[in-house]
Design a protein around this ligand. Structure first.
Ligand SMILES: [Zn+2]
Length: 97
């Protein structure tokens, strides 16, 4: 009884996760069967998440970006995020004279 109802709810969750649209770069992300994702450019051509991240999402992305690889592509992504947090803090507290 419990297993049947949980199957129904999990299939509903899957359909809501089906694809992610990135407003920033115009790409749409689709889940692969192994749990990773791939994307298509706004032209419909398939591409790699890492390529999109290094070309568009890391230099130009913001919090709207849906690319799962945006912060995990390489070691620089971590320092980029730290830099962002530093800048955000300065906006709140004010830049030192
Ligand atoms: Zn993006």
């Amino acid at each position: 009884m419990m297993s049947e109802s949980s199957n129904e709810s999990s299939s509903k969750e899957l359909s809501s996760l089906q694809c992610l649209k990135c407003n920033k770069c115009g790409a749409t992300f689709y889940p692969n069967q192994d749990g990773t994702m791939h994307f298509r450019w706004s032209t419909g051509a398939p591409g790699k998440l890492e390529d999109l991240a290094s070309l568009v999402c890391q230099p130009y992305g913001n919090d709207e970006c849906q690319n799962p690889e945006r912060f995990t592509y390489n070691a620089n992504a971590d320092s980029w995020q730290k830099r962002r947090e530093f800048i955000d803090r300065q906006k709140i507290e004010g830049w030192p004279d």
